[in-house]
Design a protein around this ligand. Structure first.
Ligand SMILES: Nc1ncnc2c1ncn2[C@@H]1O[C@H](COP(=O)(O)OP(=O)(O)OP(=O)(O)O)[C@@H](O)[C@H]1O
Length: 617
């Protein structure tokens, strides 16, 4: 491992920098605080550097009781390092001018006591977390008043089986709609295919029926790709639900009014609130603490807010895992249920297990008080993919390995050297894609593009996208006898967009395919019934994609997914990564790796320390 060392780092900063725990940026922040605040305690400076490191790696704060539980890439002997005792760190911090003093009022660090120990924050993130906590708690103090009989009628009309009878209780989708009708903030969580978007469309139908045509709805998602999917899906369901046609969704940055040159300040804020009665945010798991704070500040207190997403998936690249925190937050934290909710969902609350849906647990019932519901019934895929994903999610490594070692049609497991079936699928998918694309069949090519996808954890190295994309191209060339030339456009060329292009309406993460068109070619991207067709030269930032990272694949699904696991020492190999990769598959998931790498992935959880799930003392 290469370590970037800071030449003038001293004491513990030097030791932890040399060991590869602290990056130069972490050391520089601590050194700056040392200079500005006149702090000389080594353990305070180390704690400040670890707090900076934590934010860099996605946490909001550092848990003093778990200072040494840092995820690192490999051979670092964590136990051999001189970790200070957490009580000593706490005591030294309490004496530190960096926590605020008459001489040094800036207070860049904040120590917070919780029922489970002390947390150290960089002040900015503490303030953002406090804002989120305060606004959510305030929003939970009052509730919209609705005509109960009208809501009962509307819910009865919307939640029916195909045969036209009311769905059997418990129906968590109906509960979500009842929650959204009676609470200012609703969190609809659920894995892929549990009907989150289906439910959002019905919630909008309930609110439209209650508030009439004038209801102003803002639909948003953290990425352009996710916003386009949300818009497409809601509009497909709009007509039968009586929703207005042409609802549009946008990125969260756009919704808030992005301003050039300012990454985290927006046109809409607490002084200039968003003009909507309902704001829906999809793929909330990808939203950082900072963006969630900005959204909450900008939503009117009397507007309904709907946060939707899968808390088990990979989280935002920046600090924070707010959706997971909100779902896991203790039931007691500052909320009272709307008195109107219970009568609306009496049958669901009282229901015992249904063949398709388990009864609500006591924890779920308590969580309803905070406006949180988790959809649990998979609607899109079932079978062993779902069982495998659940076992990964719950950290049951033995069950995961047992499923992988049993021969199933929809789940397979290959040792790293056994690549025959992977090669077969890559070559067959490419041949089918090229045939459709050469024939100018845009819908056929776009459908075939989703037939197989190779996913890697890393970008570079022996398990990375770069190497495996090249391997895939070599296999395809060996089969066709033709070299794939990445410097020209050819029918069947799979594309990945790497930057948002609002004019062309293609977004970072979109995948498309080059298709023959007249004498030339077009690049085709799926958008509902009407694919987007462009000349490939119009695309500002695009790559050929024969393999992609699991991070990039978030929000997409494929018929067959092959997941190439890295070495078990890779810090990227986490439970969330495995879960995200497996749940990309509709019909078949193939894991390529060893028992050791699978077990390591299931065991290693993304450690995102935050105070939102805790009770402050
Ligand atoms: N109550 C229901 N009855 C019948 N079909 C349903 C129901 N709920 C969802 N579906 C169907 O299940 C499929 C998945 O639903 P949907 O797309 O809403 O799930 P999702 O949780 O939003 O998935 P993703 O996480 O992939 O976006 C869709 O085809 C949808 O029409």
């Amino acid at each position: 491992m290469t370590v970037s060392t800071v030449l003038n780092a001293q004491g513990l900063l030097h030791v932890f920098n040399e060991a590869g725990i602290l990056a130069p940026a972490d050391v520089h922040v601590a050194q700056r605080l040392q200079k500005l605040g006149g702090e000389s305690s080594e353990i305070v400076l180390l704690a400040a550097a670890l707090a900076t490191r934590a934010v860099r790696l996605g946490s909001v704060c550092v848990d003093l009781n778990r200072l040494s539980e840092v995820t690192v890439e490999s051979e670092i002997d964590l136990d051999g390092l001189p970790w200070p005792d957490s009580a000593d760190v706490g005591a030294a911090l309490k004496r530190s001018p960096l926590l605020g003093s008459a001489e040094y009022p800036l207070q860049p660090l904040r120590l917070v006591a919780t029922t489970e120990g002390e947390l150290l924050y960089l002040e900015r993130y503490y303030q953002q977390e406090q804002t989120i906590r305060r606004i959510l708690d305030q929003r939970a103090l009052s509730h919209p008043t609705v005509d109960a009989a009208q809501v009962t009628n509307i819910l009865g009309g919307l939640f029916r089986t195909e045969e036209g009878v009311a769905t059997a209780p418990p129906d968590r989708q109906r509960i979500a709609a009842a929650l959204a009708a009676t609470h200012w903030t609703t969190v609809v969580a659920g894995g892929p295919g549990t009907g989150k978007t289906h439910t959002v469309a019905r919630i909008l139908a309930v609110l439209h029926a209650l508030h009439g045509e004038g209801l102003r709805v803002g639909l948003a998602a953290p990425t352009g790709k996710a916003a386009a999917r949300l818009e497409e899906s809601i509009n497909q369901q709009a007509a039968p639900l009586g929703l207005p046609a042409g609802l549009s969704a946008m990125t969260l940055h756009r919704l808030l009014g992005w301003r050039p040159g300012s990454r985290h300040r927006f046109r809409h804020d607490e002084y200039n609130r968003l003009p909507y009665d309902v704001v829906v945010l999809d793929e909330t798991s990808m939203v950082s603490l900072t963006m969630m704070c900005r959204l909450l500040e900008a939503v009117r207190p009397d507007a309904r807010l709907l946060l939707v997403g899968d808390p088990d998936q990979l989280t935002s690249v920046e600090a924070g895992a707010v959706l997971a925190d909100l779902v896991a937050r203790p039931a007691s934290s500052g909320a009272s249920p709307s008195p109107q909710l219970e009568p609306l969902i009496r049958a669901d609350l009282d229901a015992t297990d249904d063949p398709d849906e388990a009864a609500l647990s006591p924890f779920e019932k308590q969580r309803l008080h905070r406006g949180v519901i988790r959809l649990s019934r998979g609607r899109r895929f079932g079978g062993n993919i779902s069982v495998l994903a659940t076992a990964v999610r719950d950290g049951r490594a033995d069950d995961v390995l047992e499923i992988l070692h049993t021969s199933f049609d929809d789940v397979s497991f290959c040792p790293p050297g056994e690549l025959t079936s992977l090669r077969h699928d890559i070559v067959a998918a490419s041949a089918a894609l090229t045939a459709r694309a050469t024939a100018g069949d845009v819908p056929g090519a776009l459908k075939t593009l989703e037939s197989h996808r190779l996913l890697c954890a890393h970008r570079d190295g022996p398990f990375g996208v770069r190497q495996w994309a090249q391997q895939a191209m070599d296999w395809i060339s060996a089969d066709t006898g033709e070299r794939l030339d990445p410097f020209r456009w050819y029918p069947g060329q799979p594309l990945l967009v790497t930057e948002n292009d609002h004019d062309a309406k293609v977004y970072n993460g979109d995948t498309g395919v080059v298709v023959a068109h007249g004498e030339g070619v077009v690049a085709a991207f799926q958008r509902g019934e009407n694919p987007i067709l462009l000349h490939p030269n119009q695309l500002a930032a695009v790559q050929t994609v024969y393999a992609m990272t699991i991070h990039r694949s978030q929000g997409s699904q494929y018929d067959t997914v092959s997941v190439l696991l890295p070495d078990d020492a890779s810090a990227l190999l986490t439970r969330e990564l495995l879960y995200t990769a497996i749940t990309r598959a509709r019909h078949h998931v193939r894991i390529i790796g060893t028992d050791v790498s699978v077990a390591a992935g299931v065991a290693r959880q993304v450690q995102r320390a935050s105070g939102l799930r805790r009770t402050l003392v």
